[in-house]
Design a protein around this ligand. Structure first.
Ligand SMILES: NC(=O)c1ccc[n+]([C@@H]2O[C@H](COP(=O)([O-])OP(=O)(O)OC[C@H]3O[C@@H](n4cnc5c(N)ncnc54)[C@H](O)[C@@H]3O)[C@@H](O)[C@H]2O)c1
Length: 292
């Protein structure tokens, strides 16, 4: 993961342009969902013929084999060859699925991740995990493949709905709790609106690239949080009120036995209301008592 090209830029337009000039691709296609096409595509300043832009519906329910077939069909009709490029413009769904389609089309073509959600910027786009859901199993089919580049610009976050921003923020919190207490102390003093995203994204990506798994005392948290809850399809209903990232952050909190402080901070960060809190506590205790 350390060799992965991740560029955090203040001008996605220039960065993408530079990348495309440096690398000569025979053809370019772009994958987006309806929202990222509307809000993010104009920011790229990319002049692509319309037929080279593949737009799918948004949402986790699209991350399946049927949508992959649709994407592979489009790539085939466009006659993309092995020297072509797929640009994945979107959140984790687009990145995971677009990356998977690119990595398997003609045994693998180049692809670039342009993550547009906070979660995708600090987590999903970095690390090369690609895949789709299969029946009730999340990320059940997939491959590992490092993208040709990950180009990150926090300008995309301006149009991101607040609940999606909070979902990504939970991942940022998780990173600080696991690897950098002083950063945690810094962000807990600020509300969501006051956070400096560019700085936090850089910080999170760095932690992820370093691979915090190495730190033995913290290994358990990461291991547990990976197992819970998004790999438990039977508990989807239970968790439907929360994004998996929020729940993961909660899990991290629980493991640190620091619940009282976290309640206060959580409210400050506008994660939940007081009434939601008890329900979450139940989930946390329930899972805490399991031996993973
Ligand atoms: N590969 C990995 O390592 C990894 C890690 C974590 C999560 N994931 C995957 O990521 C997925 C979740 O990703 P996500 O939370 O980004 O969800 P998402 O991709 O579904 O995006 C969330 C919503 O935000 C919209 N959106 C995206 N960018 C926007 C923008 N800039 N402005 C306005 N709307 C925008 C999307 O259209 C969508 O409706 C899950 O499938 C999960 O499995 C993968």
């Amino acid at each position: 993961m350390n060799n992965q090209l991740v560029v955090i830029t203040a001008s996605i337009r220039e960065e993408l342009n530079r990348f495309l000039k440096e690398r000569k691709f025979s053809k370019i296609a772009l994958l987006a969902d309806e929202n990222t096409y509307k809000y993010c595509f104009p920011l790229l300043g990319l002049s692509l013929p319309e037929e080279q832009i593949i737009v799918i519906k948004s949402g986790e329910e699209q991350k399946n084999l049927r949508t992959c077939e649709y994407i592979w069909d489009k790539l085939t009709n466009l006659r993309l060859d092995r020297k072509s490029l797929l640009i994945n413009l979107g959140g984790g769904v687009i990145g995971d699925m677009g990356g998977f389609c690119a990595a398997t089309y003609k045994r693998g073509i180049s692809f670039v991740q342009v993550p547009t959600t906070l979660l995708a910027q600090v987590d999903a786009s970095v690390g090369g995990k690609l895949g789709i859901d299969f029946h009730l199993f999340k990320n059940h089919i997939g491959v590992f493949r490092i993208p040709d580049a990950v180009l990150i610009d926090t300008i995309f976050l301006k149009t991101l709905p607040n609940n999606e921003l909070r979902s990504g923020f939970a991942e940022v919190i998780k990173h600080t709790l696991i690897a950098d207490k002083s950063k945690w102390d810094e962000i807990r003093q600020k509300s969501l609106a006051q956070q400096e995203w560019q700085n936090l994204v850089e910080h999170s990506v760095l932690i992820k690239k370093k691979g915090y798994r190495r730190r033995s005392g913290r290994k358990r948290i990461k291991k547990n949080s990976e197992l819970w809850p998004h790999n438990w399809p039977c508990h989807r209903k239970l968790l439907s009120e929360y994004t998996s990232q929020k729940a993961i952050a909660w899990r991290g909190y629980c493991d640190r036995n620091d619940l009282r402080g976290i309640y206060i901070n959580e409210e400050r960060l506008h994660f939940t209301t007081r009434t939601e809190r008890n329900k979450k506590l139940y989930h946390c205790n329930f899972w805490k008592n399991r031996n993973f």
